[in-house]
Design a protein around this ligand. Structure first.
Ligand code: ZN
Length: 85
């Protein structure tokens, strides 16, 4: 049997999770505001900018836009949801 040295195990190469990559807290007071986001990675790449989420008030509106943008422009659109206090 081979003994693993410190830092040699399967977990040794998992990077430390940076603080700013941790999900925001989901417990807060008040009424939540939900944003349905469409993020076009192709538009951002061609503009040379960071991907900018486009907020929609409903999931249907977001899905319709994302499907239309994929079909019309052939772009890669990510979909996400953001909940804020
Ligand atoms: Zn696009």
């Amino acid at each position: 049997m081979k003994y693993l040295a410190m830092g040699e195990g399967p977990d040794a190469y998992l990077p430390e999770e940076p603080e700013h990559h941790k999900p925001a807290p989901t417990v807060f007071y008040g009424r939540p505001k939900v944003y349905f986001l469409a993020i076009c990675l192709t538009c951002a790449a061609s503009a040379g900018t960071r991907p900018t989420p486009m907020p929609f008030g409903t999931q249907d509106a977001r899905d319709v836009w994302a499907a239309g943008h994929r079909a019309g422009a052939g772009h890669h659109v990510d979909e996400a949801v953001e909940v804020r206090p």
